[in-house]
Design a protein around this ligand. Structure first.
Ligand code: TLP
Length: 344
């Protein structure tokens, strides 16, 4: 089976399983789990932030941030394809009581410029518009095709937002992919944002978990909200142990996933009826349009499945994501099978 649906499907490595078996644990709701505490310290150090909190999912990390940065009735500006807007079950409305103001990035890679954000701001219009309370960024942009945002782009947005006293939250679910692709540090990519969330459970390969980072007071408050969300997890060092291995070991191998994604993109670009600009694939996500193949994305995905290859259809496109459980041979096999399906 070749599972290209997502990098969330990875299985823990032998080293992770060993670390999990041997993890020292305590009750994390009391702050007494030494392995969780160590993971939080290490993550804060890697990102150069004051504090970090281990949360069960990326969605929880993002939504705690949305809740803490806003008040009910505020508006949150986000690129139209953003995960926080599209795939987190309407939580900004349900929990934070905020409106989302989705904005389409003209460059089509999911990355807003300050000019685009500025045109969507509501500042000092108290009687007829929801005031802008937060700007959310996503690096890499998942449905922008795994595109990367540079430190300079992020800094420019934050600098301008902060002049208006607007906080910026970064959904950095795949920020390590972004850092590797740009030969950057995650600290530099997130230095100007007020909070950042990253996932241990995606390209980094841990079975469960994400981290939310920010200032000490923010993280103390985030801990209260994690409990309210039902995320106080007791002897969770058993999961944090895998997270430590993921944080320390996995970034070193992400370039392999990027090479595989590039090869996949170049390969599908040559198939009849598929359109993708392979040049734009920078990390581990490959999204290609199949509308000219004579088959729709759901049909193609169904046929791939019969050959034990898994991908995700959306609209006219198919998404394939490379990760540590996908080899270069798997990529070649996928290309051969896809070609056969399209030719049939
Ligand atoms: N993304 C998943 C699906 O939910 C779409 C995937 O397969 O890509 N931010 C970003 C940018 C994400 O891509 C995801 C998950 C999350 C947040 C949420 O993380 P979890 O699944 O841990 O809640």
């Amino acid at each position: 089976m070749i599972d290209l649906r997502s990098d969330t499907v990875t299985k823990p490595t032998a080293e992770m399983r060993r670390a999990m078996a041997e993890a020292e644990v305590g009750d994390d709701v009391y702050g007494e789990d030494p392995t969780v505490n160590l993971l939080q310290e290490k993550a804060a150090e890697v990102f150069g932030k004051e504090a970090a909190l281990f949360v069960p999912t990326g969605s929880m990390g993002n939504q705690i941030a949305v809740k803490l940065h806003t008040k009910p009735g505020d508006e949150v500006i986000i690129e139209e394809r953003g995960h926080i807007f599209n795939y987190e079950m309407g939580t900004p409305a349900v929990v934070a009581g905020v409106m989302i103001r989705p904005v389409r990035a003209a460059n089509d890679n999911g990355m807003l410029t300050w000019a685009e954000i500025e045109s969507a701001l509501h500042i000092d219009q108290p009687y007829y518009a929801c005031p802008t309370g937060l700007i959310c960024l996503e690096n890499t942009s998942n449905f922008g095709g795994g595109s990367v945002m540079s430190a300079e782009q992020t800094d420019e947005i934050c600098e301008n937002a902060h002049k208006l006293k607007l906080p910026v939250h970064l959904d950095g679910a795949r920020i390590f992919n972004s850092a590797v692709a740009q030969n950057e540090t995650v600290a530099n990519l997130s230095k100007s944002v007020d909070s950042v969330q990253f996932c241990l459970s995606k390209g980094l390969g841990a079975p469960v978990g994400s981290m939310l980072l920010g200032k000490k007071d923010f993280i103390a408050e985030a801990k209260v909200w994690r409990k309210r969300f039902g995320g106080g997890m007791r002897q969770v060092g058993i999961l944090a142990a895998a997270g430590i291995v993921a944080l320390e070991e996995s970034p070193k191998r992400l370039h392999i996933d990027h090479e595989n994604a590039k090869r996949l993109a170049e390969g599908v670009a040559n198939l009849k009826g598929i359109s993708i600009d392979a040049e734009r694939v920078q990390t581990n996500i490959v999204i290609f349009d199949v509308s000219e193949t004579g088959k729709n994305s759901v049909q193609i995905v169904e046929e791939l499945k019969k050959e034990h290859i898994f991908a995700i259809p959306f609209g006219n496109a198919i998404r394939m994501v490379t990760h540590c459980d996908v080899s270069s041979d798997d990529i070649e096999k996928t290309l051969t099978v896809l070609d056969k399906i399209i030719q049939a």
